[in-house]
Design a protein around this ligand. Structure first.
Ligand code: SF4
Length: 504
């Protein structure tokens, strides 16, 4: 797969860069060492405030004190980026070191991966596909381009356990304490393979490969996690991403897992690093080359701009501080989500499925995702039936008795010939001198059915009912209508009921 900024093989060769993410074999040992050493220096720079300070004072001395191989001056443009230049411009700059160009090329390739992921994860099932596309569009408008860019809308995620042993104070999905694990027994293995086949048939082989096997869990809490991954690879043709926050507790196991990913052409795995001590132990235990395909995310307090989404426990904590008057309450459009699935969350311990979609965390959805429906299964057949019923419950067009409500996060503005709907991130205008203004008025009022609105517009301003249905469908397709499920709200942050679909 070609990757960066439309470069030809000849241009890449002149720049000394290669596409090594989608084709790991292209990364020979020298390339790996070069890239790995740069990444190690930058990891330390981003994670460690003392190192940053030392680096700005005397970078070479700092590198030698921290035992880093890469000469910081060789890659200064990557850590002392006053110029604000883009990765693409740095990558093409022959006056900079080849190591800078290689690092930029690899980073661009990783950004490209998100795009590929989002596109290929689109399911084959037409109704499900249309619903997911609406979630992609809505996310951009609700969350804004920057936050939405990180959401790949994966088709499913699987938990092989209950809860998580790590207990991060900021957990965006409020994982409960560690509970039961689904061990790889013959019965569980058989059920797992049946589920994978159902997912492959329903989503299509291209989409299904983009699922992954953790959610409000750390996958390494399950001692048999790797067995499940091997089945995933065998049946879906892809070795899924792992994210763990405890690599330093399972060094040999993680090394073996990374080797499995290497042999099976995995893409990127991730470490979530919570303390500086953890960084030290990771850097001691793993060589820079071993971590070449691992994105280590600095969550520790000394990190430069640690990335913490305001959702789940981070939101709870923030709200508690606001209640004490220590900080301002956070507006809903400034919260966030770590939910990157528009699809199924499957738990193999209690055999449940939830159909979810990401949103800004709020009082009703504190974990940063809607639960559209949920249900239970006990074998492959009931799993399949459940997924189909969940998808059948999704709209692909407006129905005559649907309540016509715009999304609660949208601002409404009535225009002479229509109306405008928008968020601080995006707005859309719907104009037509013939009845669009009146449709806007009914929309803003809310609560009427599509049939009632269509009939009134026909009587009042002579707009054919078919035209109103067409306009309402346009609103649906552009993600403007409120598609949150009906049901009781729950701000406990653990289990949020949507319409239940239990197995027969
Ligand atoms: S953020 Fe991840 S590792 Fe931390 S508690 Fe939540 S699920 Fe566990």
């Amino acid at each position: 797969m070609s990757f960066v900024s439309g470069l030809s093989p000849q241009e890449m060769s002149e720049l000394g860069v290669k596409p090594v993410l989608f084709n790991r074999k292209a990364a020979d040992p020298d390339y790996r060492i070069d890239l790995g050493d740069t990444r190690r220096l930058l990891e330390r720079f981003h994670a460690d405030d003392t190192f940053r300070e030392a680096c700005f004072a005397n970078s070479r001395e700092a590198a030698s004190r921290w035992g880093l191989v890469r000469d910081p001056e060789e890659v200064r443009d990557l850590w002392d980026r006053e110029s604000g230049r883009t990765l693409g411009s740095l990558m093409k700059d022959m006056s900079l070191s080849r190591s800078v160009r290689r690092y930029c090329a690899f980073t661009i390739e990783k950004h490209h991966l998100r795009k590929v992921y989002r596109e290929e994860a689109s399911p084959a099932h037409a109704r499900f596909k249309a619903w997911r596309e609406r979630q992609v569009v809505r996310s951009r408008s609700e969350l804004g381009a920057t936050k939405a860019e990180h959401i790949v809308h994966a088709p499913f995620a699987v938990e092989f356990g209950k809860g998580c042993s790590v207990g991060c104070w900021f957990c965006g999905v409020s994982a409960p304490k560690l509970g039961d694990q689904a061990l790889y027994t013959p019965a569980n293995a058989r059920l797992w393979k049946e589920c994978l086949e159902v997912l492959r048939d329903l989503l299509g082989p291209t989409s299904a490969r983009w699922g992954f096997c953790y959610w409000a869990t750390d996958p390494l809490d399950n001692p048999d996690y790797e067995n499940y991954l091997v089945d995933f690879h065998e049946l879906l043709g892809h070795f899924p991403q792992t994210t763990t926050a405890q690599p330093q507790r399972h060094v040999e196991r993680v090394k073996a897992l990374l080797k499995m990913a290497e042999e099976r052409e995995g893409l990127i795995d991730r470490f979530s690093v919570i303390t500086l001590k953890q960084w030290d132990r990771i850097h001691e235990a793993f060589s820079p080359e071993e971590l070449l395909y691992v994105e280590a995310i600095p969550q520790n307090k000394q990190a430069l701009n640690p990335l913490k989404a305001i959702a789940g426990r981070a939101l709870e904590k923030r709200n508690a501080r606001a209640a004490k008057g220590l900080v301002d309450p956070i507006p809903t459009n400034e919260t966030s989500t770590i939910a990157c699935v528009s699809g199924f969350i499957i738990n193999m311990v209690d055999r449940t499925v939830r159909l979810i979609a990401p949103c800004n965390a709020n009082e009703r959805w504190p974990l940063g995702y809607w639960v559209v429906s949920h249900g239970t299964f006990h074998d492959g057949k009931s799993f399949q039936d459940l997924l189909f019923r969940m998808i059948d419950g999704l709209d692909d067009s407006v129905r005559v008795d649907d309540r016509l409500n715009i999304r609660p996060d949208l601002d409404f503005e009535l225009l002479d010939d229509g109306f405008r709907l928008g968020t601080p991130h995006q707005s859309r205008t719907f104009r037509d001198p013939h009845g669009m203004h009146e449709l806007g008025r009914y929309l803003n009022k809310g609560g009427m059915t599509v049939g009632e609105v269509a009939s009134r517009l026909q009587d009042e301003v002579d707009v054919p009912m078919a035209t109103t249905f067409h306009r309402c469908n346009r609103l649906l397709l552009t993600g403007m209508l409120d598609e949150q499920p009906d049901g009781a709200s729950n701000s406990l942050g653990q289990w949020i009921p949507g319409p239940a679909l239990v197995h027969a």
